[in-house]
Design a binder for this molecule. Structure first.
Ligand SMILES: CC(C)(COP(=O)(O)OP(=O)(O)OC[C@H]1O[C@@H](n2cnc3c(N)ncnc32)[C@H](O)[C@@H]1OP(=O)(O)O)[C@@H](O)C(=O)NCCC(=O)NCCS
Length: 190
């Protein structure tokens, strides 16, 4: 008899560094690489998704990095920055938190992993006492925008996102937290 694979959502540890950086590079490349000149994309990937950068983020007490692991492989992740710096001038939130990246393995899109991570992120924001969750999304990424709308996010500003020397139009999204317990129901604890 074969058993269905079990997946677990947990905080990343230093031992996850290379697997997480590899997953991030594959996921980001699959979604966005076609948009850019190779040199711009390479510059961006080195700055944002090198092993060294990921190791720093996992160790950062101002961040929380969550992964979903299945059969020893990482299949999805997201990163939280507990004190968002995105919204200066755009939001009057007092304690905004940033959802920095949310990706599944490219072969696992649409399988509910994103929902699990978003539920966890919202619960974590509630536990941290955040009054708003903020994120940025590429203006043409309508699939992700639909996903975020479902969780109550809305666009609050047009901003820019630089990939090497290439500037993209990007949207700043925000979602107010109603109370400390907002988002806690049904979320996985790690
Ligand atoms: C966005 C993402 C993390 C959502 O996770 P998921 O596990 O695919 O989502 P779920 O299965 O929980 O929910 C399904 C929803 O995901 C979104 N989605 C589906 N395909 C998608 C795609 N190719 N790209 C982005 N979002 C997608 C849709 O909103 C979908 O809802 P729908 O079926 O009603 O259209 C995941 O699709 C992903 O990694 N996409 C590519 C990378 C990306 O765009 N990340 C966000 C950067 S801001």
């Amino acid at each position: 008899m074969t058993t269905a694979p079990q997946s677990v959502l947990r905080l990343a540890t230093p031992a996850d560094t290379s697997a997480l950086a590899d997953l991030a590079r594959r996921a980001v490349s699959a979604k966005f690489e076609y948009l850019y000149k190779p040199e711009d994309f390479a510059t961006f990937m080195e700055a944002a998704h090198s092993d060294a950068k990921v190791a720093k983020e996992i160790a950062d007490p101002g961040m929380r990095v969550a992964v979903i692991e299945e059969d020893g492989a990482l299949i999805a992740f997201c990163k939280l920055v507990l004190e968002s710096t995105l919204s200066a001038g755009y939001s009057d939130a007092q304690r905004p938190l940033e959802l920095k990246q949310l990706y599944t393995d490219p072969t696992r899109i649409g399988g509910g992993l994103g929902k699990r991570l978003m539920d966890w992120a919202m619960a974590e924001a509630g536990r941290e006492g955040a009054d708003e969750i903020q994120l940025t999304v590429y203006s043409e990424n309508v699939e992700a925008q639909r996903f975020y709308h479902r969780y109550g996010f809305a666009k609050i500003a047009d901003i820019e996102f630089w990939v090497g020397n290439h500037c993209d139009p990007e949207f700043l999204y925000a979602r107010r937290m109603l109370a400390q317990t907002d988002g806690l129901a049904g979320a996985e604890q790690v």
